[in-house]
Design a binder for this molecule. Structure first.
Ligand code: PD2
Ligand code: ZN
Length: 300
């Protein structure tokens, strides 16, 4: 079983300050291998609830219909602090994105999430998969304390990066996606392709770099903070593999050529904790995605 080491303490502190619910944090720790009791104790500690206060807090939360009533005022304020301003994506049911008409299937304002169909044609999806299949490497994750990349069991996938504008095909996709996200193509990281086999998953995380963690500076030095993500689904997943937003109760099914957009940094440079998200376990078949992360400034 894992232990609550310095990295987990940092994770607890950051997520409590950002307004994550106790339930979602306990669930994330249990998924990472902690016993329920150990996870509950650690999370309650992060919210300033002592063991003896726990049962009173839990019963008052239960009678109030949720865990929010048990949160200290600071945590409740952190949750309400993010100011939703207008996002850059164009309005309407169809968006002309560079060389293609993209359909809007769903928009959510809090958090800012948009689901699209037809971002890529089936032929383009298959081409990306075939180009990538033989170049895959086990995916890594950024250690928030050091900024270094490492393989961990929270992310069971393999992937590759394409340089922005690497060739004419990739450049067209970069242009189309930048146009759809309505953000400068120069601010985009290179496209990342990920492949998950059966049971593969990516446990809930934020795509932005936690500003108060030392490892983030290495990443934000180049192009600043990440502001929004587009995940494009390159195949239909037979079962499972949805992109989930546990704080928002949202789940997006992987459909070939479709995509989910989410924006987490507003014009005041605040970061939206409701964009906690993950890739649910693939229950049947496999899953291919292509991800574009946009930065505040040119990513060079
Ligand atoms: O696989 C996904 O659905 C997924 C969802 C959210 C992947 C990522 N984020 C990611 O690579 O950051
Ligand atoms: Zn992500």
């Amino acid at each position: 079983m894992p232990v609550v080491d310095a990295a987990w303490q940092e994770w607890l502190r950051t997520n409590a300050a950002r307004g994550c619910t106790m339930d979602s944090m306990i669930e994330a720790m249990v998924q990472a291998g902690f016993a329920v009791d150990a996870a509950s104790e650690a999370v309650r500690g992060a919210f300033g609830l002592s063991a003896s206060a726990t049962s009173a807090a839990a019963s008052s939360a239960a009678s109030a219909g949720g865990t929010e009533a048990a949160l200290p005022q600071a945590a409740q304020q952190a949750r309400s602090a993010y100011q939703y301003d207008a996002g850059p994506v164009a309005p309407g049911n169809t968006i002309r994105a560079f060389d293609r008409d993209v359909q809007v299937l769903m928009r959510c304002d809090r958090p800012q999430v948009i689901v699209f169909a037809d971002v890529l044609s089936p032929e383009e999806c298959n081409e990306v998969i075939e180009r990538s299949r033989h170049r895959l490497k086990r995916s890594t994750i950024v250690d928030p304390a050091t900024g270094q990349e490492g393989v961990i069991r929270n992310r069971t996938s393999e992937g590759i990066w394409y340089q922005r504008g690497e060739d004419a095909f990739i450049e067209r996709l970069d242009q189309r996606i930048a146009s759809l996200m309505n953000w400068p193509v120069e601010n985009g990281e290179g496209l990342q392709i990920l492949h998950y086999g059966p049971t593969g998953e990516y446990r809930p995380h934020f795509d932005y770099f936690p500003p108060d963690q030392p490892g983030s500076a290495v990443h934000t030095a180049r192009g600043g903070q990440r502001v929004a993500t587009l995940v494009v689904y390159l195949n239909d997943v037979a079962d499972g593999g949805e992109t989930i937003f546990p704080e928002a109760g949202l789940s997006v099914a992987a459909k070939q050529g479709g995509a989910v957009y989410f924006r987490y940094m507003n014009g005041q440079r605040q970061l939206d904790p409701l964009t906690l998200h993950g890739g649910a376990p693939v229950r049947a078949g496999d899953k291919w995605i292509m991800t574009k992360w946009m930065r505040e400034r040119a990513y060079v």
